[in-house]
Design a binder for this molecule. Structure first.
Ligand code: NAD
Length: 357
């Protein structure tokens, strides 16, 4: 397995592999870029089929965090970690071992929750290192970032509908939501309250039943979600959903969801543009959770209380940021993914130049 020559390496500052035989921990922590500040990013726990998959995932996710922090206007860098395993192998001891691994970065990497990890896990990590956010409220933390992420996705989705469909509200707008987890389910709530018509899918049938009862959502078979005749496709499960196989099947006019790395490859962003499907770049509209944990980090650093109002004000900016990206893409004749990347790179790469000068 190569690292420096890996297709997704993209000038990472640091990639460290950890193993702890006593607890069974096998983890990778990747720090992509710290020009704007310490690298903050979640810890994903997933039963990767092999080490290569885990490495690829952590590199892609970590890079995405650099772009997310930059586009969101936060003084943070990008990093991420993955633990190879699942619910069956997760123990408090293993999470504490992960805490010790995070601590070796001395604050250059700050961990948060992600798919497969929870607020409880962050509390276990916190017993070994202060460099963790998203701990429980009782411990002065901001708790689960997912509802805030969902709110940001809702803002970005509305901005995309306005831009592409010329509609200022979501009344009667048909939305297909893939994944009813912590973010997807909360997003459904906002969409339902705004009058959208929901079509949902999840591996877990009980979540679809609940969404049916609570939001009047129609349950769709897992693989049929791509074929739905809807206005918006909202990927809220795992990444890579927009690919060569699924693209020709999409009928939606907007793609806007929470999942990280929705485009299997960068060229799929261009393909969406050619199909006149407006893509709200994932890292732009799913930044609500990052905003939430950033303000927790700041409050703890300054010894102040966590200010939820400040968080909500910042999350509201996702509407204007999305709008400016859509306009920049139209002006430059490029995909929205490219337009977002250009703005983010201008911010974090310029800082590197001024640092070096
Ligand atoms: P989660 O684990 O709570 O939910 C994921 C859901 O997707 C689960 O219900 C799972 O059963 C379902 N799922 C998995 N594969 C599926 C498939 N093929 N088809 C349909 N459903 C499937 O995760 P989450 O916290 O809701 O995050 C969802 C996505 O958003 C992830 O990609 C995550 O990286 C991203 N994200 C989350 C946050 C956050 O604050 N939680 C922030 C930014 C980005």
């Amino acid at each position: 397995m190569s690292v420096f020559s890996h297709k997704e390496f993209d000038q990472h500052e640091q990639v460290t592999f950890f193993q702890d035989p006593a607890t069974g921990l096998r983890a990778i922590i990747a720090v992509h870029n710290t020009n704007l500040g310490p690298a903050l990013g979640g810890c994903r726990m997933w039963a990767y089929e092999n080490d290569e998959q885990a490495l690829k995932d952590v590199l892609r996710l970590s890079r995405g965090m650099t772009y997310k922090a930059a586009i969101t206007g936060l003084p943070l860098g990008g990093g991420k970690s993955v633990i190879i395993g699942d619910k069956k192998t997760k123990t408090p001891e293993l999470m504490r071992a992960m805490g010790r691994a995070v601590n070796t970065f001395g604050g250059k990497y700050i961990v948060a929750e992600d798919v497969g990890t929870s607020v409880d896990d962050m509390n276990f990590i916190n017993s070994q290192t202060p460099h963790v956010v998203g701990i429980s409220h009782g411990g002065q933390g901001s708790g689960d970032p997912s509802p805030t992420t969902a709110l940001g996705v809702f803002m970005g989705l509305k901005a995309a509908v306005r831009h592409r469909l010329g509609k200022n509200d979501l009344q009667g707008v048909r939305v297909a939501v893939q994944g009813l987890g912590n973010v997807g389910y909360n997003l459904c709530r906002h969409l339902h309250e705004a009058g959208a018509q929901l079509f949902v899918t999840d591996i877990a049938a009980d979540k679809m039943d609940l969404a049916g009862r609570e939001f009047g959502a129609t349950a769709i078979a897992l693989n049929s979600i791509y074929d739905m005749d809807v206005d918006v496709f909202a990927p809220c499960a795992l990444g890579g959903g927009i690919n060569d196989e699924t693209l020709p099947r999409l009928k939606a006019k907007v793609v806007a969801g929470a999942a990280n790395n929705q485009l299997a490859e960068a060229r799929h962003g261009d393909a969406l543009r050619q199909m006149n499907i407006l893509y709200a770049p994932d890292y732009v509209i799913n930044a609500g959770g990052l905003i939430s944990v950033y303000y927790e980090h700041l409050a703890r650093k300054e010894g102040k209380a966590y200010d939820r109002e400040q968080v909500l004000k910042h999350v509201e900016k996702i509407d204007a940021t999305s709008d400016s990206i859509f306009k920049r893409a139209d002006q430059d004749g490029v995909s929205t993914a490219t337009a977002a990347d250009r703005i983010a790179e201008q911010r974090f790469k310029q800082t590197a130049t001024s640092k070096a000068a």
